[in-house]
Write a protein that binds this ligand. Structure first.
Ligand code: PEP
Ligand code: MN
Length: 273
């Protein structure tokens, strides 16, 4: 498909104000109540994953998350449990009846991850990995496409076009914070991306306040701001024992946060237009 100056996004762009919804099993993302995706950063043990999945369900999550393949900045950091992790995630997903969102970081793993997941996550570090974007698109599975830490909104939408071109049109965009000069937060949450994307794309837009915040106490205020800005949902990390977490413990919500998150998800956030 060709593009023109007025329509740079033939597959994911907004036309005639027609918005797309993305179905992950029986869960609809977009054009309705906000959807919560929750779970630990990484799957670590059977007990940890089971407890985290119960926390996610108590928070009102409709989808369960957890990484088995972790895209770590340092090669010396925990890289995930790989196939064993996928098996544990699948178990927790079936046990809670929450469809599973999990990240794939390598084209060679797409087929395997696709067997266990209901939605494939492309992480911030891979938003520009065009071979991976094409590979996940070719599965035609729902894809959660995170924004790259230094990607403009237009670059992000082109990444979505790569996925759609390969055949995967069920794409959800996820703002997760960008790199700025500010160091008091892990990344700077670009809340404005939500209403800006509304003008440019038909795709649903979610927000991940956890990776932007980097710190537990900031997660719920950023989550609230995201829903107020019209996000179609949130992706939030939690952990039964964050002090022992293999990654991203400081930003993981804990048991006492769960009722607050549940109340936030239940609140009326007005019209997401
Ligand atoms: C994650 O969701 O655990 C993750 C690694 O996120 P991001 O790619 O946004 O850093
Ligand atoms: Mn994480």
């Amino acid at each position: 498909m060709s593009t023109s100056a007025s329509n740079p996004y033939p597959l994911v762009g907004l036309r005639d104000n027609e918005r797309a919804t993305v179905m992950v099993k029986d869960v609809t993302i977009g054009c309705g109540p906000p959807v919560l995706i929750a779970g630990p950063c990484a799957v670590e043990t059977e007990t940890q994953m089971f407890q985290a999945a119960e926390m996610a369900r108590a928070a009102g999550a409709r989808l369960l998350r957890g990484g088995a393949f972790k895209p770590r900045t340092s090669p010396y950091s925990f890289q995930g449990l790989a196939l064993n992790g996928l098996r544990l995630l699948h178990q927790a997903s079936v046990g809670t009846a929450l469809p599973l969102v999990t990240e794939v970081v390598d084209t060679r793993d797409v087929e395997t991850v696709a067997q266990y997941a209901d939605m494939l996550q492309i992480g911030a570090r891979n938003m520009h990995n065009f071979a991976l974007l094409r590979a996940v698109g070719a599965t035609r599975m729902p894809v959660l496409l995170k924004r790259g830490v230094a990607a403009t909104i237009d670059e992000w939408l082109y990444a979505a076009e790569y996925i759609a071109q390969a055949g995967g049109e069920a794409i959800v965009l996820c703002e997760r914070g960008i790199r700025t000069f500010e160091t008091r937060t892990r990344f700077t949450l670009d809340v404005a991306a939500v209403p800006v994307l509304r003008q440019l794309t038909k795709l649903p837009v979610m927000v991940d306040p956890s990776h932007a915040a980097g710190e537990r106490r900031l997660v719920l205020p950023l989550a609230r701001a995201s829903l107020a800005a019209g996000a179609d949902g949130l992706l939030v990390e939690l952990h039964p024992d964050p002090a022992k977490a293999a990654c991203d413990g400081p930003q993981a919500l804990i048991g006492t946060d769960i009722p607050k998150l549940a109340a936030l998800m239940r609140a009326d956030h007005g019209i997401r237009e």
